[in-house]
Design a protein around this ligand. Sequence first.
Ligand SMILES: *Cc1c(COP(=O)(O)O)cnc(C)c1O
Length: 388
Amino acid sequence: MTGQGEKRFIPYGRQSLDEDDIAAVVEVLRSDWLTTGPKVHEFEQALAETAGTAEAVVVSNGTAALHAIAYAMGIQPGDEVIVTPITFASSANCVAFLGASPVFADVDPATLCIDPSAVERRITDRTKAIIAVDYAGQPCDYDALQKIADDHGLILIDDGCHAIGGTYKQRPVGSLAKATAFSFHPVKHVATGEGGAVATDDADFAARVRLFRNHGITTDFRQREASGSWFYEMVDLGFNYRLTDIQCALGVSQLKKLPWSIRRRQEIAAVYRQAFSEIEGITPLAVRPDVSHAYHLFVVQVDAERAGIGRPDLFNALRAGGIGVNVHYIPVHLHPFYRNTYGTKPGDCPVAEAAYERIISLPMYPAMTDDDVQYVIAAVRDALVSRG
Ligand SMILES: *Cc1c(COP(=O)(O)O)cnc(C)c1O
């Protein structure tokens, strides 16, 4: 198939937008409210339903969601928060924003989700919270994490940016921790350009997130207009982390397609898994039986000896073939900022560091055709053969 000389580019992830999404945005552009309008509440209601929570608060991006959660949880200088190294840096950064210390716990070698026993080993009398990341779309082992949190009086937070629409023991991602962060960046399941949300069952906590989103001001412009008053009070420090009605309208429309997106991603994953079960040295990450995997990413580990090709050469071969493979992620504790600020170093998380040498993310997005999927599989096979 790769021999047919077609020129394609298949990215690792991509948004799916249709005419309904475009019409929803246009409708807002013709309306009175571009921000702090009715679409914000509508998107929040729809998200809370998806997350299985009482409340959802939309914010300007996933990183803002994590920042808001950490702030509203009262994380402060002197606190330690246990985080995972195999992720985008936001979940460690939100701890750093508040002057607290991120402490990296190693991951499970089969799933690359945070390893509950490693979390337990990192707890000190300064530990305040745990931030789990549902890596690639697979929910972490929340029963084990919640037990550790309860035993030690810690707050459990879910960075669910990969996993909206996934479940753990039939419970939706969003309802698995005290608070959950979502991202609506175009590579994620629900795209609003930029966007994020906090899901929680705790109304007081949601109110603190709303305050933080709006400069620490107790009423927003719309509420003041409705009450005919100019009066407002700033009761705390906050940011402008609001999401516009334009983005929320897109979010409402996109969220309706989430079940389709997850189904299609799971279908693609099943085809990949079948194919790679017959290819020596290319092993998809394991999936625990108690989850429904949301497949933000499809990650395989390359065993150079058995595959006859290492991750770097496979990466280059696939990129040369027009396949936008990627590596998720460089372990966060190895970034210069973390080494220089917190003294983290190679050896701190050996499982994560070893996995980082072997992982590669193959294209995974719902608009991939069956033919695209076969093209990727054939390209992997070709890269192995031409090496062997
Ligand atoms: C995308 C992502 C974020 C950050 O979301 P933004 O909307 O890009 O700020 C945080 N955590 C994880 C795991 C992510 O994948």
